[in-house]
Each structure stands twice: as structure tokens, then as C-alpha cells.
Design a protein around this ligand. Sequence first.
Ligand code: F3S
Length: 399
Amino acid sequence: MRPQTVNEAEVRAALAGKFGEAVRYAAEVLVEVSDALGNGELIEVETAHVSGVSYLTIGEWGIRFLENIAKMGARFKVLTTVNPMSFDLGGTISVDGKTREGQERIMSMLLSMGASTTFSCAPYDVVAAREWTAHAWAESSASAYINMFRNAMSDKLPGPLALLAGLTGWAPYTPLYTLEGRAPRVLIRLGKAELDPLTAGLLGREIGIMAGDRIPLLRGNVKFMNEESKREFAAAFSTYSASVFAVIEGVTPSWDKYLAVADLVEDVTVDTNEILGSVRNADPAASDAVLLGCPFLDVDSVLRVIDYIRRRYGDARARVPIYITTSRFVVEALGPLVKRMERQNVYITGDACLVVSPYAKRFRRIATDSVKAAFYLPKLHGIYVDLCRPTQCVDGAFS
Ligand code: F3S
């Protein structure tokens, strides 16, 4: 249950430059962060996941950081996946020349270091992240997802630190990598809750705000209606909380072990009906685009949207574009369906995040089921957001 700590002699060898300049630099930073935030020790991680990959978010300064590391001869030691880019590979989410050029430099530097070609914020679609295994992931929604739904262990690492973790296979030994450090501190009673993607996200937001930096224990008859609901819950919770872990009784694997170490200092009850009231003014029919897939959807969730559209609207073309963001693997798995849906104004895009792309600026109002997107779209692009259930968002686009 405890992660493997890194042998001191190995750390000393790394600091002395025995494994090259990039590893020496990475070890130096990791040791300093570990002294500041953890117990001074480092742990072995199975994988790393780098965030801050879009040119819009890291810009020239980010490129300079990557260039410096690349010049040191950096190569990832453990499987390192990376977050989405600002344009997609199929040419739907297009960007200006400067952004494209910057994004391509970022992509080629990461690939030259040996990053996986998974430019996705749902790396758990390809990485098993088994129970009690340690990972150094910087995408907060993904860390929260594997912590809550797989009982794997990852802290919320800053993007550059996750990159350094990928080079060494080490991460600072922070409390979130221990059973005791994951002990719930606040009990949240939910009653009966059947969570679709929207209600899951709204609940995640509410609990994230309530919990702050404490780990909550959710008690009640909580049912996630589908895979997308779990992703939306994790994404919203980690957007609004300082933590990336919550224990959900009956859902989080080994939740009973956390119950045994819980130190509950607060006990609150949440009325899920009240939470839903916060979106009553949404009007998806007034939006000029729909976004589904923040975080990225898996094949099954994309198929569910396609099935709904075809059953309800046949071959009709949507009034406004519907963007379904996902990984290139899902796009490839869907094959000719992707082109067929484009004729209906539905775009299934691979490896791009619309939220962190300047492409989003062409829209004034976006309907989405993602509470995380609803947080960032107004901040990054000044876009008004209508929060709606996936089917309501789709209906708005066809109205
Ligand atoms: Fe993923 Fe972009 Fe949302 S990285 S979680 S689709 S903001």
C-alpha cells in the first residue's frame, strides 16, 4: 500500500550527474520540492502525465523551458503521457500561424523526449492506474479520476514538475501518497443521488468548494449513471478544490480502508435538488456552439451521443456546430463515423482541447455539460456558457 521510496544512493548519483544533465537538474528540483512540501523523500512512480501543453497556456516562456530541458538530452524514464493541444489533427479546430508554429514546437520537443503520442486529458483510457500504484500526473481532473475511481495514487503536480518526474521516475513523497494522508476529514451526506454528467459536475463543484483542502467522505446512495458522469465529477471537484481526492462510499475501491482511518471533524448534508437549481436559467438553444468532452470522452460516451442524434434527428444538420473532444485513439476507433457526423455539423476531434484553443474565440455563447469548461471558457475567452445535460445541449443545437 505504501509506494516504493527512492534509494538515497541513487538520488545522490543523480545529483552528481551520473545519469546526465537533464536527470541531475530534475533530481535537484524534485529534492527541493520534496523538502518544501513532503517529508524530504522521493517515491518511484509508474507513469507521469504532463499538463500545460497548449501554446495558449504556456506560450514562449513554456517553450523556452522545454527547449532548455531538451538541450540537456532529456529522455523520459517512465511512460509519460501529455495533455491536449490547441489544434486537432483532423484540421477542424484550426489556429493562426503563430499558435500553430508554437504548438508544433511544443509537440516535437515532447516527442523528442519520448512522450507517448497520447495528447489527452484522459490518460486513464490507456494507463490502467491500478489500485495503490503511484503516478505523477499534472492534469488535476485525471489525478482526481484515478484517485477516486481506481484508488491509484497521484498528487496534483504542476506541469513542469510532472515532466521532471517523467525524466526520473520519481515524485515528491507528499501525504496524498499515503493512506493516512488520504484520511477523510469532512463527512458529506448526500441521500439518494443518480448522477448524469451535468448533475455529477454540479455536485463535484459543490463538494469541492465545501471541502477546500480537506478530503471529503461522501455517504449516500450515490450512483454515477455512466462513465462520463465520473469524469465530470472528478473534473469539477478538482477545479474547485485544493485536493484531488474524495472517498465515495461504495464507489471508491477500498473505501472501507479510508473509513477506518477517517478523522471526521465536520458533518454536513447536501441537497442535490438545490444544486440543480443553479442552472435553471440556461438556454442551450441560444448558444452558437455545443461542447461535449471536457474531460475527453471515451468511445462509449461518444457513441451514446451519436446514437441520440441519429435516433432523434436522423440525418438532419445541426443549426450550430457540436464539438465532441476526445483522443486520437477514439477518433481512429470510430473510423468512417467521424466523417459521416461532420455532414450533420457534428465534429469529433482528436487530441485538441477547445477550452485552451484560440479557436474558441469565434463563439459568443457555448452550451456544455462540463462544469470545468464553464469555469474556464469565460475566464480565458470571455464566452458566456449555458450548462445543460448532454441531450439538452444537443437539442439546443438542433432547435
Ligand atoms: Fe481536458 Fe481541456 Fe477540459 S484539457 S479537462 S478538455 S479543459
